[in-house]
Design a protein around this ligand. Structure first.
Ligand code: 6PG
Length: 247
């Protein structure tokens, strides 16, 4: 893959298959980096790209037996819907990846969507603290990026981009989309490794705006990753990178 550096993290450009394989390679590497830590935590994310990646992982038997046997699973953000909804990020991860891999229930950590959203965000941090460890959120946090430049559930204009009160997780009522539960900018800073997958021509404009545009995270939320660029890796295919590479 081609590798470039940017103010928002390292950028790897290659085919979709290379992006999928590198996502596994990076996460597996992160698991091996800190053997003294008691638990390895991996947050997946929502949208169509991860769903394709889940099916690829299962078909290729891509995850190591150690990861399958020991990792604790989360999603970086969640829609406030029932887990059996096809809108549920954890629900989709469970149906397409965790169930086919036979992951035990005690290593699956969905957000609660049957209690008030504000409470669900507090509970997510409190209940999962034993897995995360001190001042840490996920060891590996996967993210996607929308064509409006959003990432996780940090949408343009989100008050969490201005001030998240140093909380790692929050509930936010997104105009036109309803309640979301999400890792915050502070929570991203407290992650071990952040992998952003952006695939397809539909992402070309947003990727160009993030990496080469004026710095304005309120309008282009993925730019919050500048604050933790040392641990951010972008995996983008040629179609998504096209506009950025043209300059
Ligand atoms: C969600 C995600 C969101 C997603 C992007 C990219 O719940 O939708 O948290 O941030 O990752 O919108 O989605 P695609 O992979 O569908 O482009």
């Amino acid at each position: 893959m081609k590798e470039l550096s940017s103010s928002y993290g390292r950028v790897f450009i290659g085919s979709k298959d290379e992006c999928f394989r590198t996502a596994v390679f990076l996460a597996e590497g992160q698991r091996g980096r800190n053997p003294a830590k008691r638990h390895f935590t991996w947050a997946l994310t929502g949208g169509s790209t991860p769903q394709e990646w889940y099916e690829w992982c299962v078909a290729k038997d891509a995850l190591s037996p150690v990861t399958v046997a020991t990792a604790h699973w989360f999603v970086s953000d969640e829609r406030y819907v029932r887990p059996d909804s096809h809108e549920s990020n954890f629900g989709n991860a469970d149906r397409l990846l965790l169930k086919p891999l036979g992951i035990a229930a005690d290593r699956k950590h969905p957000w609660s969507t049957n209690i008030a959203p504000g409470l669900a965000a507090v509970e997510f941090g409190r209940m999962n603290a034993p897995w995360f460890g001190r001042d840490r959120t996920f060891d590996v946090c996967f993210l996607g990026m929308g064509d409006d430049g959003h990432t996780a559930s940090l949408f343009p204009g989100s008050p969490l981009l201005r001030d998240d009160g140093k909380q790692f997780f929050a509930a936010i009522d997104v105009p036109g989309k309803g309640w979301r539960l999400t890792v915050t900018p502070s929570g991203l800073k407290a992650a071990g490794l952040i992998v952003v997958m952006a695939l397809g021509a539909g992402k070309a404009g947003a990727l160009h705006r993030v990496l080469a545009g004026e710095s304005d995270p309120m309008r282009t939320p993925s730019q919050v990753l500048k604050n933790c660029r040392d641990k951010v890796v972008w995996l983008v295919d040629e179609a998504a990178a096209a506009k950025f590479l043209q300059g």
